[in-house]
Design a protein around this ligand. Sequence first.
Ligand SMILES: Cc1cc2nc3c(=O)[nH]c(=O)nc-3n(C[C@H](O)[C@H](O)[C@H](O)COP(=O)(O)OP(=O)(O)OC[C@H]3O[C@@H](n4cnc5c(N)ncnc54)[C@H](O)[C@@H]3O)c2cc1C
Ligand code: FES
Length: 242
Amino acid sequence: MENVKLIIEKNIQVGKDIYLMRLAGDTKAICNPGEFINITIPNYYLRRPISVCRYSNNHVDILYKVLGRGTKDLSTFKEKTEIDALIGLGNGFDITKSNKPLLIGGGIGIAPLFGLAEAFNKIGIKPTLIYGARSIDDIVLVDKLSKLADVHICTDDGSLGYKGNVIEYLKQSSIDFDYYYSCGPEKMLEFLAKEYSNGCVSLEARMGCGFGACMGCSIKTTNGYKRVCKEGPVFASSEVLF
Ligand SMILES: Cc1cc2nc3c(=O)[nH]c(=O)nc-3n(C[C@H](O)[C@H](O)[C@H](O)COP(=O)(O)OP(=O)(O)OC[C@H]3O[C@@H](n4cnc5c(N)ncnc54)[C@H](O)[C@@H]3O)c2cc1C
Ligand code: FES
């Protein structure tokens, strides 16, 4: 973990209440797709955890949805604003688990799957990606995703792609995979884990410190309590007691 100052290079709206922010600076402490960063937003006591979307040694992109006051404030930040953040947090995804990966993203849970797809591309693998959301307005950056993965889209209302959720889509499809990587709403992850045990889920939790000190983000697993911020956010599907 490192505490760094990053400069906003861009902060643009890419969908309904969804923003893409590029932060420039020393980001060498970010080692794996699926890690998160914890951002200080002035006037709020607690930092806000946001997944690493894409990254290099000198930048990190985040994709975030405006949910409450903190993310609303974040969406108003202008270019060249300095941001204080803890980076290199969490375990991230393990790409060595799969030769035929299936990535499954629900809503804003698509964010860490960009970096994951990119990591697979670097070792010569183009993963399959199922991207589900409520409607077409919640689906973002498909052009960029399509360069990294074989993308299948589902919407609850059928306004884009398959009409239904990601699990219904997966069941009726003939997608061949040996391991899945998922991030999205808790209910989606729970149903996915019940149907398919050969994969992992990236979880969210209300966080205090974000680096393992307060136990505030603990969840029940088959191996006792674990901290989402430290042992997670990525857990084996079979391990989480939803
Ligand atoms: C490891 C991790 C990675 C995340 N990655 C992303 C990401 O890539 N993009 C993104 O848009 N969001 C992400 N989130 C969620 C993000 O942290 C919250 O949306 C944000 O903190 C809300 O702040 P706020 O001040 O706008 O909302 P608040 O005013 O604090 O809360 C608004 C509502 O959101 C709920 N909420 C707040 N924080 C969380 C949380 N951590 N988990 C679940 N519900 C919460 C509150 O209960 C409340 O209902 C992630 C969370 C975690 C733990
Ligand atoms: S948020 Fe403090 S231990 Fe996880």
